[in-house]
Design a protein around this ligand. Structure first.
Ligand code: ZN
Length: 287
Protein backbone atom coordinates (compact mmCIF):
# COMPACT_ATOMS: atom_id res chain seq x y z
CA UNK A 1 0.00 0.00 0.00
CA UNK A 2 1.33 3.38 -0.97
CA UNK A 3 0.93 6.05 1.70
CA UNK A 4 -0.99 9.09 0.59
CA UNK A 5 1.54 11.66 1.78
CA UNK A 6 2.02 13.76 -1.30
CA UNK A 7 5.20 15.21 -2.62
CA UNK A 8 5.78 18.89 -2.06
CA UNK A 9 5.23 19.42 -5.78
CA UNK A 10 1.64 18.22 -5.78
CA UNK A 11 0.65 20.30 -2.77
CA UNK A 12 2.25 23.53 -4.03
CA UNK A 13 -0.33 26.28 -4.43
CA UNK A 14 -2.92 24.56 -2.24
CA UNK A 15 -4.00 26.95 0.55
CA UNK A 16 -3.31 25.73 4.08
CA UNK A 17 -5.62 26.56 6.98
CA UNK A 18 -3.77 27.43 10.19
CA UNK A 19 -5.74 26.91 13.39
CA UNK A 20 -4.53 28.58 16.56
CA UNK A 21 -5.29 26.74 19.81
CA UNK A 22 -4.85 29.78 22.01
CA UNK A 23 -5.38 28.62 25.61
CA UNK A 24 -6.54 25.06 26.23
CA UNK A 25 -7.37 23.71 29.68
CA UNK A 26 -3.92 22.82 30.94
CA UNK A 27 -1.07 25.35 30.46
CA UNK A 28 -0.84 28.12 33.04
CA UNK A 29 1.05 31.38 33.26
CA UNK A 30 3.56 29.53 35.47
CA UNK A 31 4.40 27.39 32.42
CA UNK A 32 4.47 30.39 30.08
CA UNK A 33 3.29 33.90 30.98
CA UNK A 34 2.10 34.36 27.37
CA UNK A 35 -0.78 31.88 27.84
CA UNK A 36 -3.90 34.07 27.52
CA UNK A 37 -6.31 33.49 30.42
CA UNK A 38 -8.71 36.44 30.69
CA UNK A 39 -11.12 37.12 27.84
CA UNK A 40 -9.29 40.34 26.94
CA UNK A 41 -5.95 38.50 26.84
CA UNK A 42 -7.54 35.82 24.66
CA UNK A 43 -8.90 38.39 22.20
CA UNK A 44 -5.56 40.22 22.05
CA UNK A 45 -3.60 37.00 21.57
CA UNK A 46 -6.04 35.84 18.87
CA UNK A 47 -5.74 39.13 17.04
CA UNK A 48 -1.95 38.77 16.83
CA UNK A 49 -2.29 35.12 15.77
CA UNK A 50 -4.70 36.10 12.98
CA UNK A 51 -2.22 38.74 11.81
CA UNK A 52 0.38 35.94 11.68
CA UNK A 53 -1.88 33.71 9.54
CA UNK A 54 -4.41 31.93 11.73
CA UNK A 55 -7.89 31.62 10.27
CA UNK A 56 -9.46 29.41 12.95
CA UNK A 57 -9.33 30.25 16.67
CA UNK A 58 -9.81 27.12 18.80
CA UNK A 59 -10.73 28.25 22.30
CA UNK A 60 -11.38 27.06 25.81
CA UNK A 61 -12.23 29.53 28.58
CA UNK A 62 -10.75 29.79 32.07
CA UNK A 63 -11.72 31.06 35.49
CA UNK A 64 -9.73 33.92 37.04
CA UNK A 65 -7.67 31.37 38.98
CA UNK A 66 -6.71 29.74 35.61
CA UNK A 67 -8.77 26.58 36.23
CA UNK A 68 -10.81 25.41 33.21
CA UNK A 69 -14.40 26.59 32.85
CA UNK A 70 -17.37 25.67 30.68
CA UNK A 71 -19.33 28.83 31.56
CA UNK A 72 -21.40 29.85 28.49
CA UNK A 73 -21.29 33.48 29.64
CA UNK A 74 -17.50 33.52 29.27
CA UNK A 75 -17.75 31.91 25.83
CA UNK A 76 -20.30 34.59 24.87
CA UNK A 77 -17.92 37.38 25.87
CA UNK A 78 -15.07 35.73 23.97
CA UNK A 79 -17.21 35.34 20.84
CA UNK A 80 -18.25 38.97 21.02
CA UNK A 81 -14.61 40.09 21.41
CA UNK A 82 -13.39 37.94 18.53
CA UNK A 83 -16.18 39.12 16.22
CA UNK A 84 -15.27 42.71 16.99
CA UNK A 85 -11.45 42.50 16.89
CA UNK A 86 -10.87 39.61 14.46
CA UNK A 87 -13.70 40.07 11.96
CA UNK A 88 -14.28 37.03 9.76
CA UNK A 89 -12.09 34.66 11.76
CA UNK A 90 -13.58 31.19 12.24
CA UNK A 91 -14.56 30.73 15.88
CA UNK A 92 -14.23 27.19 17.21
CA UNK A 93 -15.20 26.38 20.79
CA UNK A 94 -13.91 23.31 22.58
CA UNK A 95 -16.35 20.76 23.95
CA UNK A 96 -13.38 18.84 25.37
CA UNK A 97 -13.73 16.97 28.61
CA UNK A 98 -11.22 18.83 30.73
CA UNK A 99 -13.45 21.91 30.97
CA UNK A 100 -16.59 20.28 32.29
CA UNK A 101 -18.45 17.03 32.62
CA UNK A 102 -21.37 15.54 30.73
CA UNK A 103 -23.71 17.91 28.93
CA UNK A 104 -22.06 20.94 30.56
CA UNK A 105 -19.39 20.42 27.86
CA UNK A 106 -21.90 21.56 25.23
CA UNK A 107 -23.57 24.36 27.22
CA UNK A 108 -22.09 27.03 24.94
CA UNK A 109 -23.28 25.52 21.65
CA UNK A 110 -26.46 27.62 21.65
CA UNK A 111 -24.15 30.60 21.00
CA UNK A 112 -23.74 29.19 17.48
CA UNK A 113 -19.98 29.42 17.00
CA UNK A 114 -18.88 28.53 13.44
CA UNK A 115 -17.32 25.31 14.66
CA UNK A 116 -16.89 23.23 17.79
CA UNK A 117 -14.49 20.44 18.59
CA UNK A 118 -16.04 17.00 19.01
CA UNK A 119 -14.45 13.87 20.42
CA UNK A 120 -16.09 10.69 19.18
CA UNK A 121 -14.32 8.08 21.30
CA UNK A 122 -12.40 7.59 24.52
CA UNK A 123 -8.70 7.19 25.24
CA UNK A 124 -6.16 7.82 27.95
CA UNK A 125 -4.84 11.30 28.76
CA UNK A 126 -1.67 11.97 30.81
CA UNK A 127 -3.30 11.39 34.20
CA UNK A 128 -6.83 10.14 33.51
CA UNK A 129 -9.26 8.51 31.13
CA UNK A 130 -10.70 10.91 28.54
CA UNK A 131 -14.27 9.70 28.68
CA UNK A 132 -16.53 10.17 25.68
CA UNK A 133 -19.41 7.73 26.13
CA UNK A 134 -21.57 7.08 23.04
CA UNK A 135 -24.68 8.81 24.43
CA UNK A 136 -22.75 12.02 25.19
CA UNK A 137 -21.06 11.99 21.77
CA UNK A 138 -24.47 11.55 20.10
CA UNK A 139 -25.98 14.37 22.16
CA UNK A 140 -23.12 16.81 21.37
CA UNK A 141 -23.36 15.94 17.65
CA UNK A 142 -27.15 16.49 17.72
CA UNK A 143 -26.74 19.87 19.41
CA UNK A 144 -24.27 20.85 16.68
CA UNK A 145 -26.79 19.84 14.01
CA UNK A 146 -29.50 21.82 15.82
CA UNK A 147 -27.37 24.98 15.98
CA UNK A 148 -25.72 24.47 12.53
CA UNK A 149 -22.21 24.14 13.94
CA UNK A 150 -19.58 22.26 11.96
CA UNK A 151 -17.67 19.86 14.19
CA UNK A 152 -13.94 19.44 14.05
CA UNK A 153 -13.52 15.83 15.10
CA UNK A 154 -10.54 15.42 17.42
CA UNK A 155 -8.96 12.06 16.57
CA UNK A 156 -6.67 10.82 19.32
CA UNK A 157 -6.62 7.34 17.80
CA UNK A 158 -7.39 5.54 14.54
CA UNK A 159 -10.78 4.31 15.77
CA UNK A 160 -11.87 7.94 16.19
CA UNK A 161 -11.21 8.62 12.49
CA UNK A 162 -13.25 5.62 11.40
CA UNK A 163 -16.04 6.55 13.83
CA UNK A 164 -16.09 10.12 12.45
CA UNK A 165 -16.38 8.81 8.88
CA UNK A 166 -19.21 6.48 9.93
CA UNK A 167 -21.08 9.24 11.79
CA UNK A 168 -20.71 11.58 8.81
CA UNK A 169 -22.03 8.94 6.39
CA UNK A 170 -25.01 8.46 8.69
CA UNK A 171 -25.76 12.20 8.56
CA UNK A 172 -24.97 12.75 12.23
CA UNK A 173 -22.33 15.45 11.76
CA UNK A 174 -23.30 18.92 10.50
CA UNK A 175 -21.54 20.18 7.37
CA UNK A 176 -18.37 18.94 5.79
CA UNK A 177 -16.36 16.23 7.53
CA UNK A 178 -13.27 17.76 9.13
CA UNK A 179 -10.94 15.61 11.20
CA UNK A 180 -8.02 16.73 13.34
CA UNK A 181 -5.29 14.17 14.02
CA UNK A 182 -4.00 14.90 17.52
CA UNK A 183 -0.66 13.23 18.14
CA UNK A 184 1.69 12.92 21.10
CA UNK A 185 -0.81 13.27 23.93
CA UNK A 186 0.93 11.30 26.70
CA UNK A 187 -0.54 7.79 27.03
CA UNK A 188 -2.39 8.12 23.69
CA UNK A 189 -1.13 7.99 20.06
CA UNK A 190 2.47 9.23 19.74
CA UNK A 191 3.64 11.43 16.88
CA UNK A 192 4.56 8.55 14.59
CA UNK A 193 5.13 9.28 10.90
CA UNK A 194 3.94 5.87 9.67
CA UNK A 195 0.73 6.23 11.66
CA UNK A 196 0.31 9.78 10.40
CA UNK A 197 0.71 8.58 6.79
CA UNK A 198 -1.85 5.86 7.43
CA UNK A 199 -4.31 8.38 8.89
CA UNK A 200 -3.94 10.56 5.79
CA UNK A 201 -4.31 7.50 3.57
CA UNK A 202 -7.52 6.46 5.36
CA UNK A 203 -8.95 9.96 4.92
CA UNK A 204 -8.01 10.05 1.22
CA UNK A 205 -9.48 6.63 0.44
CA UNK A 206 -12.51 6.42 2.76
CA UNK A 207 -13.58 10.07 2.86
CA UNK A 208 -12.15 11.79 -0.21
CA UNK A 209 -14.57 14.72 0.12
CA UNK A 210 -13.44 15.44 3.67
CA UNK A 211 -10.65 17.71 4.85
CA UNK A 212 -8.20 17.06 7.65
CA UNK A 213 -5.68 18.81 9.81
CA UNK A 214 -3.09 17.69 12.32
CA UNK A 215 -1.65 18.84 15.62
CA UNK A 216 1.36 17.63 17.60
CA UNK A 217 1.59 18.16 21.34
CA UNK A 218 4.71 19.59 23.03
CA UNK A 219 8.00 19.42 21.13
CA UNK A 220 6.31 17.61 18.21
CA UNK A 221 4.19 20.64 17.29
CA UNK A 222 6.35 21.93 14.45
CA UNK A 223 7.20 18.37 13.37
CA UNK A 224 3.53 17.48 12.88
CA UNK A 225 2.92 20.92 11.36
CA UNK A 226 5.48 20.04 8.69
CA UNK A 227 4.07 16.54 8.08
CA UNK A 228 0.59 18.00 7.56
CA UNK A 229 1.73 20.85 5.34
CA UNK A 230 3.88 18.52 3.20
CA UNK A 231 1.00 16.07 2.85
CA UNK A 232 -1.55 18.67 1.73
CA UNK A 233 -3.51 18.87 4.97
CA UNK A 234 -4.21 21.75 7.31
CA UNK A 235 -2.55 22.23 10.67
CA UNK A 236 -2.81 23.58 14.20
CA UNK A 237 -0.37 25.38 16.46
CA UNK A 238 -0.65 27.40 19.64
CA UNK A 239 0.07 27.54 23.34
CA UNK A 240 -2.66 25.00 24.23
CA UNK A 241 -0.54 22.28 22.63
CA UNK A 242 2.97 23.58 23.19
CA UNK A 243 4.46 26.47 25.19
CA UNK A 244 8.02 26.35 23.78
CA UNK A 245 9.87 27.23 20.60
CA UNK A 246 12.62 24.78 21.59
CA UNK A 247 13.97 23.13 24.71
CA UNK A 248 15.46 26.37 26.05
CA UNK A 249 13.04 28.98 24.72
CA UNK A 250 9.46 29.71 25.73
CA UNK A 251 7.21 30.73 22.86
CA UNK A 252 6.70 34.48 23.23
CA UNK A 253 3.12 34.31 21.94
CA UNK A 254 0.53 32.30 20.05
CA UNK A 255 1.44 34.44 17.04
CA UNK A 256 5.04 33.18 17.16
CA UNK A 257 3.87 29.57 16.89
CA UNK A 258 1.52 30.42 14.01
CA UNK A 259 4.32 32.37 12.30
CA UNK A 260 6.52 29.27 12.51
CA UNK A 261 3.78 27.18 10.83
CA UNK A 262 3.39 29.90 8.18
CA UNK A 263 7.14 29.65 7.45
CA UNK A 264 6.76 25.92 6.87
CA UNK A 265 3.88 26.67 4.47
CA UNK A 266 6.22 28.97 2.52
CA UNK A 267 8.83 26.20 2.34
CA UNK A 268 6.27 23.97 0.59
CA UNK A 269 4.84 26.78 -1.57
CA UNK A 270 1.51 26.59 0.20
CA UNK A 271 -0.27 29.91 0.60
CA UNK A 272 -1.70 30.47 4.09
CA UNK A 273 -5.50 30.55 3.80
CA UNK A 274 -7.22 33.79 4.77
CA UNK A 275 -10.30 33.46 7.00
CA UNK A 276 -12.51 33.96 3.92
CA UNK A 277 -10.63 31.25 1.99
CA UNK A 278 -10.77 28.92 4.99
CA UNK A 279 -14.54 29.42 5.17
CA UNK A 280 -14.82 28.51 1.50
CA UNK A 281 -12.60 25.43 1.85
CA UNK A 282 -14.62 24.18 4.83
CA UNK A 283 -18.01 25.11 3.36
CA UNK A 284 -18.81 27.46 6.23
CA UNK A 285 -21.20 30.40 5.97
CA UNK A 286 -19.42 33.66 5.27
CA UNK A 287 -18.91 35.92 8.25
ZN1 ZN B 1 -8.58 22.32 22.90
Amino acid sequence: MKPSSSTSESVAGKPCILCCAITGSVPTKAANPAVPISISEQVESSHAAVEAGASIIHAHVRNDDETPSSDPEKFARLKEGLEKHCPGVIIQFSTGGRSGAGQARGGMLSLRPDMASLSVGSNNFPTRVYENPPDLVAWLAEEMVKYEIMPEVEAFDLSHILQAIRMHEEGKLYGRLYVQFVMNVKNAMPADKEVFDFYAHIMATRAPEAAWCAAGIGPTQHVVNEWAIAAGGHTRAGLEDNVRLDRETLAPSNAALIARAAEICAKYDRPVASPAQAREILGLRSA
